[in-house]
Design a protein around this ligand. Structure first.
Ligand SMILES: Cc1ncc(COP(=O)(O)O)c(C=O)c1O
Length: 442
């Protein structure tokens, strides 16, 4: 599977069972279009868009050329008290596809930085408006907002928090929306669960609505295993936030850039947050970059104080880096020219039928989908949660398919350029892997 001459010892790999991986590595050496290639040339269909990010498919030379041009012209410019044209152009290009009312964009380098930046902006906003006691931050069980201390605190995946001691204290969590008993095998948004949003009222009662700065949710929870929002849920959350002056943050790191058949989930669900975070598909995964978009009122509330005063003491050395800005502009150009967001929407019915055909396999307990995302949840193998998921990841890899696994849930999110024939191939390969696992792993 791997390249035997490669010394694997030095790189401490993220979110990876390092000892297991290094004993039996899976190496990706090259990529083009819908495929990765192993060092021996074996082709793998990319069922995960890398890690939810390569929405326009691999090897887009327009992006590589734009980055090369940018770095040749200006390798780096400090973003503190200095500017360069590409970062301003990138922000403007991005603003064009955001929901109405989003006026300003803060650049960062990852989804994790975007989450922490959004939480800091939310607190700073309330403070600037004369409500400094609004410091509580509300996340959701099973939520994922990256790995930095803010995002980890509002995140709700226990394994991600366990080893790291005390997190932010002023944090509460809403209950998650997964409800297998009522919603298993839903197509698109599940029918049941709008009332889970009322859990925010419980938090408001406990902490006081006037002490809560923001609620942060993924409009569709991705990393925990794809949980589309129940019908009416996001609308209700928006209403409760409005009633209590609480900012609503959508973490669109996965759902942005066409994944749900619209530029952002906010447009797909017609629910507009106050702050929206993004990364991944922002540059088609080619250059690390994240961004936080805010409604004009959030930005403007901070644009007070003496001229010459820094309005937000926050930023990164690489905020709006020339290479990332160029990649962003080129990526948005591809999405626009190839109308990939519309394409995702058009593919959705075919995709939905294809993935739901997996329901017949023995160990499958749920299939869920929305846009060009799906998850297949499997019954754990005899008292070992996660073992079946990992078994299927390996079997799929051997079949020539890359998927993403969380516990015993297989997540699928192919590049938006996928064809119907490739959807069939993806589902067939996964079916083979699931069937073998169902037979052989008990
Ligand atoms: C919703 C969400 N937020 C934040 C992140 C963190 O992004 P990064 O890994 O770029 O820090 C992710 C990554 O998967 C994500 O899915």
């Amino acid at each position: 599977m791997g390249a035997p001459e490669l010394d694997l010892s030095a790189w401490w790999m993220p979110f990876t069972a390092n000892r297991q991986f290094k004993a039996s590595p899976r190496i990706l050496a090259r990529a083009a279009g819908m495929h990765y290639f192993a060092p021996d040339g074996r082709r793998l269909l990319d069922g995960a868009a890398g890690l939810w990010c390569v929405n326009a498919g691999h090897g887009r030379t327009e992006i590589a050329d734009a980055v090369h041009r940018a770095l040749t012209e200006l390798d780096y410019a400090p973003p503190f008290q200095m500017g360069h044209p590409l970062a301003f152009e990138a922000a403007e290009a991005l603003r064009q596809i955001l929901p109405d009312g989003f006026a300003n964009i803060f650049f960062v380098n990852s989804g994790s930085e975007a989450a922490d930046t959004a939480l800091k902006i939310a607190r700073a906003y309330h403070r600037a408006r004369g409500e400094p006691e609004r410091v509580w931050l509300v996340g959701r069980e099973r939520g994922y907002h990256g790995v930095n201390f803010g995002g980890m605190s509002v995140g709700g995946i226990p394994n991600n928090r366990e080893a790291f001691g005390p997190l932010l204290a002023e944090v509460d969590h809403l209950r998650h929306t997964h409800d297998l008993a009522r919603n298993a095998f839903s197509r698109g948004q599940p029918d049941h669960g709008a009332e889970f949003a009322d859990d925010l009222l419980r938090v408001i009662e406990r902490r006081g609505g006037d002490r809560i700065a923001a609620v942060i949710v993924e409009p569709m929870a991705g990393s925990t295993g794809v949980l589309p929002p129940p019908k009416g849920y996001l609308e209700r959350l928006r209403q409760i936030c409005d009633d209590h002056g609480i900012l609503l943050i959508f973490d669109e790191v996965i759902t942005g850039f066409g994944r749900l058949g619209a530029p952002f989930a906010a447009q797909r669900f017609d629910v507009t947050p106050d702050i929206l975070t993004m990364a991944k598909g922002l540059t088609n995964g080619a250059v690390p970059m994240g961004a936080v978009a805010v409604r004009g009122a959030v930005h403007d509330a901070l644009m007070h104080g003496p001229e010459g005063a820094i309005e937000l003491f926050h930023g990164y050395t690489y905020s709006g880096h020339p290479a990332a800005s160029a990649a962003l502009i080129a990526t948005l150009g591809i999405y626009r020219r190839e109308q990939l967001f519309d394409r995702a929407r058009e593919l959705e019915p075919y995709w939905q039928d294809a993935v739901h055909s997996l329901r017949q396999e023995a160990t499958v307990v749920d299939v869920r989908d929305i846009g060009l995302v799906a998850a297949v949840e499997l019954a754990p193998a005899g008292g070992r949660p996660g073992a079946r998921g990992y078994d299927i990841l390996c079997r799929a890899f051997a079949e020539g398919l890359l998927v993403r696994v969380t516990g015993d849930t297989i997540a699928l999110s192919p590049p938006l350029i996928i064809s119907n024939a490739e959807i069939d191939e993806l589902v067939d390969k996964l079916r083979t892997a699931i069937a073998a696992s169902s037979r052989e792993l008990s």
